[in-house]
Every structure is written in C-alpha cells, then in structure tokens.
Ligand binder design. Structure first.
Ligand SMILES: CC(C)(COP(=O)(O)OP(=O)(O)OC[C@H]1O[C@@H](n2cnc3c(N)ncnc32)[C@H](O)[C@@H]1OP(=O)(O)O)[C@@H](O)C(=O)NCCC(=O)NCCS
Length: 166
C-alpha cells in the first residue's frame, strides 16, 4: 500500500538532514522527560531508553520507509516553528496515519501552529485515502489533550495507574 503523505504543503515542509540531527537530540530528551514524568522510566535510564526507541522507529533516519518528518512553517512562509513526524501504518486492514511527534517551539506556542499542522495533515490523509489519524498523548499533557479534543480526536485507549504506598 502506497501513500503520498511525503509531499510538501504550505504548512508542512519536509525535514532535511541538517535539521534532523538536532531534532532527534531534542525529541529524545523531551520523550525521556515525559516517560519519567509519567512514572514509566527511571530517570537514570530514560535517555538511553528513549534513544533506543528512536533508533528502532527510525533506523534509516529521514529515509526510513513509511515515515515522514516535516518542519511546521510559520505564517511568514519561512520560519520553522515546530515539527511533525507521521508514519503510515495498517489499522484494521486499512492504511492510516500515526503521529509520532508534534511539537511547537515554546516561543511560537498558542498561535495556532499545531492546529494548522494537523489540519494540513488531515487534508493529506484525505487525499491519500487513508482511514484516519492516530496518536498517543501522555495523561499529564493536558494542553495537547485539549488541542486534540478541539480538533475532533477521540480517546480509544486509556491506561491508568494508582500509586500504592508501602
Ligand atoms: C501541544 C502543542 C503541540 C500545542 O501546539 P500549539 O501550536 O501551541 O497549539 P495551538 O496554538 O494550535 O492550540 C490550539 C488549541 O489547543 C489547546 N491548547 C494548546 N496548548 C494548550 C495548553 N498548553 N494548555 C491548554 N490548552 C492548550 C487550546 O484549546 C488552543 O486554543 P487557544 O490557544 O485558542 O486556547 C505544544 O504545546 C507543544 O509543542 N508542546 C510540547 C510538546 C507536546 O506536548 N507535544 C504533543 C505530544 S502528544
């Protein structure tokens, strides 16, 4: 099954090698922090674990099949204000998009850039005939949850945990 998610749009500019290595460094650190905040990984192992997961998911970097990394382009048509990493995956016998990462640089947040990026992705997904867009969000990330809810995403799995005192 082929998809055409790779094409550039006014909002989504395919990432180039020069941006990729600094992206990975930042994304690995952010993912490690989230896993620690979620209580899933110990702090001393988190960075190494996160690095391994990225390597498994993107073994060929930007050239990894079925994975598409973009910079989110600001309203000026040039400034990179964030990143979107999406892959295509089979879901219930149909091809769907899965967002592995969406991040807007702190200085550019709350200006609609994540919404623009997801709206642009949605148009690509529709044009490619994919079933929809999946993603994971941490329970502590209320801001991202608000964003997705506002754009019509619904929860399909909820993991819960209660700390029990010794
Ligand atoms: C989550 C994130 C991508 C949102 O990007 P953004 O460009 O600021 O989002 P938008 O401006 O498109 O926000 C649209 C709406 O989503 C909701 N929203 C976004 N960020 C929010 C926050 N921090 N707190 C509460 N609501 C938030 C609001 O309803 C917002 O509309 P409003 O600004 O008119 O109130 C950005 O905060 C980010 O990069 N965070 C760190 C990385 C991250 O958590 N990524 C998501 C992984 S699942």
């Amino acid at each position: 099954m082929q998809s055409t998610l790779a094409a550039a749009t006014a909002v989504l500019r395919p990432m180039v090698e020069a941006a990729f290595s600094s992206y990975v460094d930042e994304a690995v650190a952010a993912y490690a922090r989230d896993k620690v905040a979620a209580g899933q990984w110990a702090e001393d192992a988190a960075l190494a674990n996160a690095g391994l997961e990225f390597l498994e998911l993107l073994p060929q970097g930007l050239a990894t099949p079925d994975n598409f990394l973009f910079e989110i382009v600001g309203q000026d048509g040039a400034t990179a204000v964030g990143v979107l990493w999406v892959a295509t995956q089979e879901r219930a016998g149909r091809l769907a998009a899965y967002v592995y990462d969406l991040a807007v640089h702190p200085a550019h947040q709350r200006q609609g850039h994540a919404s623009r990026a997801l709206t642009s992705l949605e148009a690509k997904v529709r044009a490619a005939g994919l079933a929809g867009i999946g993603l994971h969000v941490f329970g502590h990330n209320r801001g991202a949850q608000a964003l997705y809810a506002r754009l019509g995403y619904l929860p399909i799995n909820i993991n819960m945990f209660k700390t029990v005192a010794r």
